[in-house]
Design a protein around this ligand. Structure first.
Ligand SMILES: [Zn+2]
Length: 74
């Protein structure tokens, strides 16, 4: 587990405790288990959870697989 500074911990607690701003452009809930969720973890500079790591892995694998099969016309 990565070690957090007090400030980071405080921020985390605030993030969790805060209510979502309406139409929140900044703090959307993370869609865990999706590639987008993984990106959100990264964007927040935190370690992605296992679900998101897995989704990212599958996403990348699919992308490479598609490249191989698709002949690169897109
Ligand atoms: Zn996640």
């Amino acid at each position: 587990m990565p070690e957090l500074t007090d400030a980071q911990l405080d921020q985390l607690i605030k993030d969790i405790g805060l209510k979502r701003p309406r139409g929140g452009s900044q703090r959307k809930p993370i869609a865990h288990g999706t590639y987008n969720g993984y990106r959100q973890h990264v964007y927040r500079k935190e370690q992605a959870c296992a679900e998101c790591m897995e989704a990212n892995r599958l996403y990348l694998r699919e992308r490479y697989a598609k490249r191989r099969q698709g002949g690169g016309s897109q």
